[in-house]
Design a binder for this molecule. Structure first.
Ligand SMILES: Cc1cc2nc3c(=O)[nH]c(=O)nc-3n(C[C@H](O)[C@H](O)[C@H](O)COP(=O)(O)OP(=O)(O)OC[C@H]3O[C@@H](n4cnc5c(N)ncnc54)[C@H](O)[C@@H]3O)c2cc1C
Length: 400
């Protein structure tokens, strides 16, 4: 049995893994290899990295660091988490897995949690090593395979009859992870699941941004196209900047950025389904922010992710130095927690106890962007350590 299983090996999960590893606990991180930290090509607001660091590199370093302390990693998608006492581990096509250092199996009911994961195909070793980083690469082709033109939350995956138990709308976010894995050259084996037993479980599953799959956009993310005005408002000061968004959400982003630059153009890409309200339109007008109601068909770049402007559906080209995206409707990956009885806010983020980051369910923690805060790397890191300290205290108590 693991002392802790961390679901999600992004920034928050990795920091928690490092801290828990340093207590010499038995820790497994199960990660789909997607997430916001795989999208951002440069974090510039982080202590120790004045010239910025990419999400991929930060993740690679975090994993190498955690592995030093014996933390194990699994590339896969967690599809279910149960209380152990409620577990019926006789499901067909489920492999029980005690881990390298495990001493009990999943039939040891009554303690902790059973975590069921669809493993990433192509992985042969129990512990996939940190050097294996090709799943973090992004290509333009992968963007264009989206059905709806958005990176979003579809129910498109067809499960086999063996996996009927996960064929449910509540697994939308798992299908999304699986879809994203496919875009990065990996797939999740949804026909066979593995189960792991852990005393405690920590969720660090993050949020997925909704944005259109316009060619050229993804390679600019974090470099010259941003999502967070608190993180990157500095980058657009006095620069000609396009806000690419939907309805009032995008318009509000333009209004927020006005304190950084007055050279703003708001392009309402979703103008048909998300018109700008009269009230917000008046605010834009009062600040003389130009508004275009047209779809963007291409992001124009030069070199590696250097934004130049956009091409609109009507053939016009609008040039600018930088851009922000703001479409709203981001997906919070908290469904698995809901299934465990964890309380959620209306917006699907998870409330936690201030000091420990534990949820309302004993033994279940939630950190990083699934919590309710400013959605920043430094905060995800802080919460990773914070939760790990209290998970450690809990493990020590349980093991007495
Ligand atoms: C384009 C962009 C630019 C950004 N720029 C900045 C910036 O400049 N500064 C800053 O501070 N912040 C920035 N952010 C925000 C920052 O990336 C997030 O705050 C940070 O990544 C949150 O970390 P996290 O661990 O909570 O989530 P993530 O980094 O998203 O990691 C979540 C992990 O959970 C995994 N996962 C989810 N569900 C499952 C499942 N069911 N089974 C297994 N694994 C699962 C995912 O694959 C992923 O690896 C930016 C975000 C974006 C998208």
């Amino acid at each position: 049995m693991y002392d802790c299983i961390i679901v999600g090996g992004g920034i928050a999960g990795l920091q928690a893994a490092i801290q828990l590893g340093r207590y010499a606990h038995r820790v497994l991180v199960i990660d789909a290899g997607t997430g916001r930290s795989t999208l951002c090509r440069q974090y510039r607001n982080l202590l120790g990295w004045p010239d910025g660091i990419s999400g991929d590199e930060l993740r690679r370093l975090g994993r190498v660091h955690a592995e030093r302390f014996g933390v194990e990693f699994r590339h896969g998608v967690v599809v279910k988490v149960n209380h152990a006492e409620r577990n019926n581990s006789t499901e067909e096509n489920v492999i029980t897995n005690t881990g390298n250092t495990g001493n009990t199996d999943c039939t040891d009911e009554g303690v902790g949690f059973i975590i069921t994961a669809a493993r990433a195909t192509g992985e042969t070793e129990h512990t996939q090593r940190a050097e294996h980083t090709e799943h973090t690469e992004h290509t333009e082709e992968t963007e264009n395979t989206e059905h709806s033109g958005y990176i979003e939350h579809t129910e498109g995956i067809e499960y086999t009859e063996h996996t009927e138990h996960i064929k449910h709308t509540e697994h939308i976010e798992q299908t999304e992870c699986i879809d994203h894995m496919e875009h990065t050259g990996h797939t999740a084996d949804t026909e066979r699941h593995e189960q792991f037993h852990a005393l405690t479980v920590l969720f660090a599953t993050g949020v997925t941004d909704r944005f259109p799959t316009v060619p050229g956009l993804r390679e600019c993310l974090g470099l010259t196209v941003y999502v967070c005005p608190d993180c990157d408002g500095y980058e657009v000061r006095n620069r000609r900047t396009i806000v690419l968004g939907a309805g009032d959400t995008g318009a509000q982003m333009a209004l927020t950025l006005y304190e950084r630059t007055q050279h703003l153009i708001y392009i309402n890409h979703d103008y048909r389904s998300s018109p700008v309200s009269k009230k917000v339109a008046a605010q834009l007008q009062a600040k003389a922010i130009e508004v275009q109601h047209e779809q963007v068909v291409k992001v124009l770049t030069v070199g590696d992710g250097q934004f130049q402007g956009v091409e609109l559906a009507d053939g016009r080209v609008i040039l600018a130095e930088r851009a922000f995206i703001a479409f709203g409707g981001n997906k919070v990956h908290s469904t698995l927690l809901k299934q465990l009885g964890v309380e959620r806010f209306e917006n699907e983020h998870i409330p936690t106890e201030l000091r420990s980051k534990m949820t309302n369910v004993d033994g279940v923690w939630a950190i990083g962007d699934i919590g309710l805060h400013a959605e920043q790397v430094a905060i995800a890191i802080g919460e990773g350590s914070q939760a790990a300290i209290w998970i450690h205290k809990t493990i020590m108590t349980l093991q007495k």
